[in-house]
Structure formats: structure tokens, C-alpha cells
Design a binder for this molecule. Structure first.
Ligand code: GTP
Ligand code: MG
Length: 579
């Protein structure tokens, strides 16, 4: 299910570098200056031109996770009346302590995300908060950090809407996307434009961590020191507005804290219940947490317990944030995979731009889907892009083995017998000397995989080279941390053929394209836009048939993007069925 889009009132301009012809929406930032805005600006390096990488030290994945979790723990979510005086609202909340930053967004009502400077402020606010009394229904008095604000005095109401210029947190409309891409100055500019328009915003990221933090509070009723970490595209740097929120309920964090507690001659253990296997333990834990979310979790709706999947999960919608959530608990390797992808996405500014465009391309041609099935997942596609970038000369990305060779003692990580060691400090990885343009890389990607020996070879980012396929699956992409597993085991021969045909066709289109930008008035799709136009069927069409009238192609492009956006996770069940 696609995540519901959320209208956000504090968005920054999507593209600060657009040519003058493009009419740009003017957004008003309501959050405290110097917080959100500064963070968003600090992301600019991610779309810099090759060779102009930001030299500022980059944070480790674990640092980002810890910092954001700590911020989220000082944050509350408040459902507000639609017309409210922002000034009075902030003054009222400031009674409980200073506010670090805040923003408003719209999602079936107006919501405020308010980050206090100190955690204590939340207790103070909770102490002053009442449990509602309803005439016709009974309430479950669960006291979370998700509040409802009611107006006692009409004077707090303002006659004007809170914000005259409100922007939506959902991706730009298909029309807007088409305009943005058509007005870009070059194909490289097009790829970077798409990334900027669709990447997760600072506010969206905060909302994701806050949602995890609210779920953590619920799970903590049973496991007081548990941590709920976001993983997958919410944190691996490849998340697109509207993607699902993958969560990992970490119960081992408790054990880590307790390691050094036993001193002297005795060893104290908890009395626990035993079950026959880890899988059963996982199922029992998720079953109870699922019930808890269903019965007590404010804003958690449509809770499904999918416990018989290979990787058991609880799926639900978090209404207030609009996120479709998947909660797992025995999935530590997936968290490590997210860290690896985060490193790859942060090493070179071209990686994310290329991955975003290829995810878009795959979605536009129905190579990926939000429904689980025999098609490739966004995760597998991303690993293919990483592999391709490892194969460039000189390589743009290092192999996993070379990241392992850079690791020191503190990086050592073994999860359930799988060695997941690699260097965590991005700043110690030497940047690539490769200066190829995005346009060239995109074309070469299509040529590379349009001619790849999928019948013989496996894709392996650990060694960065093709290897003989160990089995007969049509597409074999080795799981980076569990080499005996294939992350694309679900992909059928016909889906693989479709991918190959489309890659060849796209390479062909790029060869034929007059890559110089036509005049803006011509409205003719060019460059990346032409690749996003679905062709009739997925077959490699003969030259004559390929050129549809422009108006028809534009129309189908608009239709396809409209249907597919906002994108939810691709094949989330796929991961459970595959490796
Ligand atoms: P979206 O499509 O934007 O949701 O991308 P995603 O990367 O979040 O994918 P998804 O929600 O399907 O899966 C979440 C995470 O689980 C991925 O990022 C991977 O770390 C992991 N994962 C997904 N599929 C597989 C798989 O087949 N094998 C393994 N080992 N991990 C997987
Ligand atoms: Mg996901």
C-alpha cells in the first residue's frame, strides 16, 4: 500500500539552482531558523558535480542514528486545530521548557512536530495533559507523546489559515516533474533535479525518527530498554518521499548495556521463558507488540501480523505521519545493509542521483511494483547500480572486501555467524578519481546490463566482479553479508528479460537522442524524460515504431507517473521470501 502523502508547511524550495524560466513555488519556513534550514543546506553536497565533493567530515551511520533518535525522544507530535496562532501555541508549550525547533504539516488535519531542548519538558507537558472523557465511547488511557490540542478560548484561534503558502510533502506532480526535467540544462542536471525533488526532506526524516520513537515507547511497556531503529530506504540515503518506514525492534541493545555489569565471583541472569527456536521467540514478541499497537497505539491502524513470513513482521499504517510501517525484530543484518548502502550513497555525489533515476525508470516501466511478486526490488536494483559503479575504470565505488580491509577493531561486526565487518568511518575512504558524467554513467549502465551474461554470472558487490552463478535462478545477486543467499531469488526469467530489453532500448534511445536541450517552448521531452516514458509493452521496438507522436508520449508519461506516485516500498514481502 502506498504511503499517504503528507502536506508539509515548512518545506524549502525544491530546486534552488533552477534556470530563471522555471516558476518556482515560494515556501515559508516556519521552523526555527538555523535548525532545519541549516541541515537541509548541509545536504547540498549530495548533489554536487563530480569532482566537487564536499570536504566537510561526514557522520557515521551510527552517529546519525543515535543523534536523530535522541532528538526524537525530546519531540512530541500534536494534532492542532486548523486555525491556530503559532505564536500563542509556542508560548503555551514553552512553559514546559525551551523549544529547539518545530514545524507544521498537514495530513487529514494540522499537526505540529515540536522538539524541546530537554527531555524533562515532555514529562512536564504530560503532567498537565488530560485523558479525554467521551460521552458515548470509552477510552484506553494510554499516555503517549502524541497529543491533541484543544482551544479553550476563541482568542487563540486566528481567522487566517496558519500559513498562507503551504506546500505538500508529497513529491512534485507529474506536470511539475516534466517541467523541471525539461527545463534542466543538461542530462546531469536532470538526474540531480530528480534527486532533489524526490529525496526525503529534513522534516520527513524527523517525522520518521519520531514515529519510530513513538512505537518504541509502546514496545517499552514490555521491553523497557528496547530501541526501535529505522532501516531501509528511510535511512540508507536512497529514500524517496512516500517510501515505507522499515523499523527494527532491537532487544539486544539491552544485553549490550548489561555486558559489564557482572563483577566478582557471581554471574546473575534473568529468569526467562524458553521457546524451541529463535523464530518462535520472534513470532511471540511481534504477536504481542502487534496486539499492543492495535489496541493501544494512538494513530496505528490496519495492523496486520505477518508472522509466517521468512522474516516475520507487523505491518500497519501510522495515520498521523502517513507512513506505511513494517516492524521486524530479527533483522539486524538488514540494519547493517542499510549502513552499507548509506556509506555507498554518501561516498560520491553521483551514486544517489543515478540510483534515484534508475528507480524511477524501473517504476515507470513497471519493472518494480509495490505489490510483492516476481519482479526486481528497489534494494536489488540499488545493489546492481553499486556493482556497476564498482566496475568502472577507475572504480567509482570500492568493493565490500576493500571496505572490510580498511576496518579496524571497533568496526568488527559478526551477526548470527555472518561477518558484516566494514569500515564505518566514511572519512577514511579515499574518494574516487573517476570523473565520468551522470549522462555517460546512465548510458553505460543500460549497455552494461543490456549485455550482461545473466545466464552465467552472478552479481557480487563483495568482490566487485562477476562470478559463476551457483544455481539456476534467472537473476543472481549475492547477498553482501550472507554469500550463500540470493537477494533476487524471486525474479522470474520473463521479468529479467523485460529488464534486459528495456535496458537495451534505453541505451538505444540515449544514442539516438539529440541530447542538446531543445528550446523550452518546444515542450519536447528530451534526455531523461524520454527514458521515463513507458513504451507499448516492454519489447525492444524496431526503430520505426519507437517514435510515437510527442503528445502521446508525454501523455503516457504523465499518466504513468501519476499512477505511481507517491511510491511505496517495492516488494516489501519480497525480502521475506527471498533471503
Ligand atoms: P523501498 O522500496 O524504498 O522501501 O526500499 P527499501 O530499501 O526500504 O526496501 P524494502 O522496504 O523492501 O526493504 C528494507 C530493507 O530490507 C532493505 O533496504 C534491505 O536492507 C533489506 N532487504 C530487502 N530485501 C532484501 C532481501 O531480499 N535480502 C536481504 N538480505 N535484505 C533485504
Ligand atoms: Mg522500505
Amino acid at each position: 500500500m502506498a504511503a499517504r502523502s503528507v502536506g508539509l508547511l515548512t518545506r524549502l524550495p525544491l530546486c534552488s539552482q533552477r534556470p530563471a524560466q522555471v516558476p518556482r513555488p515560494a515556501f515559508r519556513l516556519l521552523s526555527c531558523p538555523g535548525t532545519v534550514a541549516a541541515d537541509v543546506r548541509s545536504e547540498e553536497h549530495l548533489v554536487a558535480k563530480p569532482g566537487s565533493e564536499d570536504k566537510a567530515p561526514k557522520k557515521r551511520f551510527s552517529e546519525v542514528q543515535k543523534e536523530r533518535r535522541e532528538q526524537a525522544q525530546r519531540t512530541v507530535l500534536i494534532h492542532c486545530p486548523s486555525k491556530i496562532s503559532e505564536k500563542k501555541f509556542l508560548k503555551y508549550l514553552s512553559q514546559h521548557g525551551p523549544i529547539n525547533n518545530h514545524f507544521f504539516y498537514e495530513s487529514f488535519g494540522l499537526y505540529a512536530v515540536v522538539e524541546f531542548c530537554q527531555k524533562d519538558s515532555i514529562n512536564s507537558l504530560k503532567n498537565e495533559t488530560h485523558t479525554p472523557c467521551l460521552d458515548t465511547e470509552a477510552v484506553i488511557p494510554f499516555k503517549s507523546r502524541f497529543f491533541n490540542l484543544k482551544l479553550k478560548h476563541q482568542s487563540n484561534r486566528i481567522s487566517e489559515p496558519l500559513c498562507t503558502q503551504s506546500s505538500s510533502q508529497s513529491p512534485p506532480s507529474s506536470k511539475k516533474l516534466f517541467e523541471l526535467l525539461n527545463y534542466a540544462e543538461s542530462m546531469d542536471d536532470q538526474l540531480n533535479t530528480l534527486l532533489k525533488a524526490f529525496q526525503l526532506t529534513e522534516e520527513n526524516i524527523k517525522l520518521r525518527y519520531l514515529t519510530c520513537s513513538l512505537i518504541e515507547d509502546i514496545a517499552a511497556a514490555y521491553f523497557p530498554s528496547c530501541v526501535v531503529w529505522p532501516f531501509g530506504s528511510s535511512v540508507n540515503s536512497f529514500g524517496k518521499l512516500g517510501c515505507d518506514l522499515d523499523m527494527f525492534l532491537d532487544l539486544d541493545e539491552i544485553e549490550k548495556c548489561d555486558v559489564h555489569k557482572n563483577v566478582g565471583n557471581f554471574l546473575m541472569e534473568f529468569q526467562v521463558k524458553n521457546v524451541p527456536s529463535g523464530r518462535i521467540a520472534t513470532q511471540k514478541i511481534l504477536s504481542v507488540i502487534g496486539e499492543c499497537l492495535d489496541h493501544f497505539g494512538p494513530g496505528c491502524v490496519g495492523v496486520q501480523k505477518i508472522l509466517n513470513a521468512r522474516c516475520p513482521l507487523v505491518r500497519f499504517s501510522h495515520q498521523a505521519s502517513g507512513f506505511q510501517c513494517d516492524l521486524t525484530t530479527n533483522n539486524r543484518i538488514a540494519l547493517k545493509s542499510s549502513e552499507l548502502l548509506y556509506i555507498y550513497g554518501s561516498l560520491d555525489s553521483r551514486v544517489r542521483a543515478l540510483v534515484f533515476s534508475l528507480r524511477f525508470w524501473a517504476r515507470a516501466h513497471s519493472l518494480t511494483s509495490s505489490i510483492p511478486g516476481a519482479w526486481i526490488t528497489n534494494f536489488s536494483l540499488t545493489v546492481m547500480v553499486i556493482f556497476f559503479l564498482q566496475r568502472r575504470s577507475p572504480p567509482i565505488l570500492p568493493t565490500l572486501d576493500s571496505l572490510k580491509s580498511l576496518a579496524d577493531a571497533e568496526d568488527r561486526c559478526v551477526i548470527e555467524g555472518s561477518n558484516c565487518t566494514f569500515i564505518q568511518d566514511l572519512n577514511k575512504i579515499k574518494p574516487s578519481g573517476n570523473t565520468e558524467t551522470l549522462e555517460l554513467l546512465l548510458k553505460e549502465f543500460f549497455e552494461y546490463f543490456g549485455n550482461f551474461s545473466f545466464n552465467k554470472n552472478s552479481i557480487n558487490i563483495r568482490q566487485g566482479k562477476e562470478q559463476n552463478k551457483p544455481d539456476s535462478s534467472p537473476l543472481h545477486i549475492q547477498n553482501p553479508f550472507e554469500p550463500s543467499l540470493n537477494i533476487s531469488k524471486n525474479v522470474s526469467q520473463s521479468q529479467l528479460q523485460k529488464l534486459v530489453d528495456l535496458a537495451r532500448e534505453s541505451a538505444w534511445i540515449l544514442q539516438q537522442e539529440d541530447r542538446h536541450q531543445p528550446s523550452p517552448s518546444s515542450k519536447r521531452p528530451w534526455g531523461l524524460t524520454t527514458l521515463l516514458i513507458p513504451t507499448a509493452g516492454s519489447k525492444f521496438l524496431p526503430k520505426k515504431k519507437r517514435k510515437k507522436p510527442v503528445s502521446e508520449r508525454v501523455k503516457s508519461l504523465l499518466e504513468s507517473i501519476k499512477d505511481n506516485s507517491p511510491e511505496s516500498s517495492t516488494n516489501t514481502d519480497g525480502k521475506t521470501a527471498m533471503s
